[in-house]
Design a protein around this ligand. Structure first.
Ligand code: F6R
Length: 247
């Protein structure tokens, strides 16, 4: 289903409330809440609202375990552009999460160590009972995580090559496209699919053409987000501008 909101702010608050409800429900069961998280501009408002709920309403993250979708490769965690820095700045530095419960693909690995790391990432997700909620944005190539066109629907966590358009869209953060890494480590489409709930968010008219393809287009590896059409657990949370081309 597609839910259309007036603007990203109200949509983000809705998504943050769903996450907070899950965290509290799991707390009452003395169980961990396992969150799959995304970076980028799209989820910023969700994280801001979660931080507000922590500060003003006492929402605790003590029982939260997180797995981020992806990280550039190579990437030092303390670099400004790393997804580690992003998550610290947007969420983790401002809440009471146990640092040991944070998982983000490691951009510093030696090439030969990546396959074992990726298998272990999948294993760790399984060991804590799987992802309760996976939050997604969508790239203009149709990627979810960094699963670019050509990704298989059953793909797992792995090293991938970024699309030229994805690197172009990241150029501003890096001071030019040539400084954007050509690779990334990402959860696979299969990994994402195992989540019990999937929320894909998209704001603004720039995402309207790809959102239309993702929701209404024929399912194909050309637009990896179309694979979400196969899932019964996915909700597209969008603003009016991103939804403007939907029929
Ligand atoms: C980020 C990620 C990407 C982004 C997508 C949209 O962890 O996996 O798929 O969600 O590139 O990025 P923004 O939100 O910056 O438009």
């Amino acid at each position: 289903p597609v839910t259309i909101f007036e603007n990203p702010k109200v949509a983000s608050i809705k998504v943050a409330n769903r996450i907070a409800d899950l965290i509290r429900k799991k707390q009452s069961e003395n169980a961990p809440a396992v969150l799959g998280l995304a970076t980028g501009a799209t989820p910023v408002g969700v994280y801001a609202e979660l931080v507000r709920m922590h500060k003003e309403e006492g929402l605790s993250f003590k029982n939260v375990i997180t797995f981020n979708l992806d990280e550039y490769y190579p990437m030092q965690p303390d670099a400004d552009q790393s997804y580690v820095s992003f998550m610290n700045k947007q969420l983790f530095d401002h809440v009471d999460i146990d640092r040991n419960n944070i998982n983000i693909p490691d951009g510093t690995l030696k090439l030969e160590d990546i396959p074992a790391f990726c298998l272990n990432y999948e294993k760790k997700i399984a060991e804590v009972g799987g992802l309760d909620i996976q939050v997604l944005g969508i790239g203009r190539t149709g990627h979810i995580g960094f699963n670019e066109p050509g990704s298989a629907p059953n793909s797992g966590t792995r090293l991938v090559t970024l699309d030229d358009l994805t690197r172009k869209d990241a150029a501003r953060d890096f001071g030019g496209k040539s400084f954007v890494p050509t690779k990334a480590i990402t959860m696979g489409i299969g990994t994402i699919f195992h989540a019990r709930e999937i929320i894909l968010m998209a704001w603004n008219g720039k995402k309207a053409p790809i959102l239309k393809k993702a929701v209404e287009g024929e399912m194909s590896g050309e637009v990896p987000a179309t694979y979400l059409q196969m899932s019964d657990n996915v909700e597209f949370v969008v603003d009016v501008e991103a939804a403007s081309l939907l029929t």
